[in-house]
Design a protein around this ligand. Sequence first.
Ligand code: 1BN
Ligand code: ZN
Length: 319
Amino acid sequence: MPQKGKPKGRRTKTWVALAVVVAGVVVIWFLALLVTGPALSLAGGSALGKAALDRVNELVALGPRPVGSEAHRKMERIIIDQLKAAGVSVDEDRFTTDTPDGPVAMNNISGRIPGRGGPSARTIILATHYDTKIETKFQFVGANDGGSGTGLLLALAPLIAKRGFVHNVWLVFLDGEEAFHEWTATDSVYGSRHLAAQLQSNGGVPKIGAFILLDMIGDKNLGILRDSNSTPWLRDVVWKVAGRLGYSKYFLSTGTAMEDDHVPLLQAGVPSVDLIDFDYGPDQSYWHTAKDTADKLSAQSLGIVGEVALETIAELDRQ
Ligand code: 1BN
Ligand code: ZN
């Protein structure tokens, strides 16, 4: 039977032309990747972000988690169990500290992931606080403030453990960031003041290459402010990485001087940066209120900050 349509020779030519076009597109795409860097991603690390949001939901389901509460104890267990399940070794640093309400027991939890750099390699700390602010007048579950950084660090743990950076990485869950009453130098950042004092007393400060703080990083409307207290060169590395990933619009060019868990580390001489979105709801109306709930967060925001954190460690590995 004679075939209908184009003769065989012309069909072959069409296929060859198509193959040349596809190969050309692939080559152009590859060259574009070489020029723009390997990780031009606009997806917001979607699997990472979803995993982080799942963990935030799990924490928020415990209810308010202020220092000393039963929910706080349950959360400590969750953090430790999830780090161990990710193959990460865990250090608990329990301490008792003076507060306006008298001595209070706290616990800084560290997941420690050795790098490929050997004994002389320095350590990058990714940190967050996991306590929520004490509130008696309303239900404060701190989905963003306390929950978001904790959820993201837990989601990052298996990725960092598998990836094998040159630097050692510590995932540090700081206790007692929130003031018991009014935020002052002595009533706030208990966990990070303790960590800084420990590093100073055991000679650990020079071994820390960078301290990267994640606080309130889950807002659907993400805008990480450019904190002027942070170490300029480290902040520049983070902002450069964010730009390379296509996330410049989420990493703002303006910001104020933030008081947060990075300040004691800065004072101890550790290069430190605070990644914080301090514009939460209309007129900041979700911050430290009953409105700080998980519906205000997005997996995309968590994924973006997680990707930037991972790529910042990779960038520090290359320096
Ligand atoms: C961040 C989240 N902070 C407290 N909860 C730190 C802070 C303290 C931010 C005072 C602004 C003012
Ligand atoms: Zn707070």
